[in-house]
Design a protein around this ligand. Structure first.
Ligand SMILES: C/C(=C\CNc1ncnc2c1ncn2[C@@H]1O[C@H](COP(=O)(O)O)[C@@H](O)[C@H]1O)CO
Length: 241
């Protein structure tokens, strides 16, 4: 695979400054003019699905790695992300990330330097953004929901590094899809015990105690700092498929 630098929507091309395609589709405030173009927007959405499905169809076993866009290079989570990317590549997995900076860059760097497939699924944002330099094959998406479909559809597992809202969104989407049996459950590994244990504790002490979730929902998650344990789990799941 080669890095695609000319295809897909360019983040800041041909659009009103500070606005994104997602925003024009979803934001109900402001000018109502957009509403009349919504039916036509479906064609753009459709094209994005077609392009994504087409370009990712040949990707072999892949793991998506999520994590904060704001993780600095000197943060231990960045080094962890590099190790995760390298270990997955060495085990024969393609590594898929959001293609951005921080933890995404770390995982792409690790995979790339280990000689693996390093895939970035970028997203149009209100500010200039580009795929990190360690992505060997990249696609840029206009719509978050289309991009999220690609992560789920083309991954055999998720690794979740310390992160913020975007990371939680990606994590909880996968858990919800598995809980509602929209997807077959796959391994979800939370890397970074210190970062994630508070969330697990709260889920157990609040959501589980109040019977808002079942124990099996929490059991979908593996919490660890051990990269080898994570890889073993992914390999076992791949072998069992
Ligand atoms: C914050 C900055 C740039 C953000 N750029 C992103 N590029 C690609 N993907 C992104 C970006 N920001 C969020 N994501 C997605 O959400 C997850 C990280 O979100 P969090 O809130 O930082 O945890 C990540 O996995 C992406 O899929 C300025 O440099």
């Amino acid at each position: 695979m080669t890095r695609r630098s000319s295809g897909g929507p360019r983040p800041t091309e041909n659009r009103p400054e500070g606005s994104t395609n997602d925003q024009r589709l979803l934001d109900s405030r402001g000018s109502g003019d957009w509403v009349h173009t919504d039916p036509w927007r479906v064609l753009k959405i459709q094209a994005e699905f077609v392009e994504g499905f087409n370009d990712l169809a040949e990707v072999g076993p892949a793991i998506s790695v999520f994590g904060s866009a704001r993780t600095p290079v000197e943060n231990p989570s960045y080094a962890l992300g590099e190790k995760v990317g390298a270990a997955l590549a060495n085990a024969g997995f393609a590594v898929i990330t959001g293609g951005g900076p921080g933890a995404m860059e770390a995982a792409n760097k690790g995979a790339n330097e280990a000689g693996g497939q390093s895939i970035g699924l970028g997203i149009e944002l209100p500010w200039e953004s580009s795929l990190n330099p360690y992505v060997t094959f990249g696609l840029n998406f206009r719509y978050f929901f289309v991009r999220k479909t690609m992560f789920v559809k083309y991954s055999q597992g998720y690794v979740v590094l310390p992160g913020g809202l975007g990371t939680l969104d990606e994590l909880f989407e996968a858990m919800t899809l598995a809980q509602t049996q929209k997807i077959t459950q796959f391994p979800i590994v939370l890397m970074g015990v210190e970062h994630w244990s508070g969330l697990i504790d709260w889920m157990s002490q609040s959501m589980l105690s109040d019977a808002r979730i079942k124990a099996s929902d929490i059991e979908m998650l593996t919490l660890t700092d051990d990269v080898d344990e994570m890889v073993e789990l992914m390999v076992r799941a791949r072998d069992a498929r």
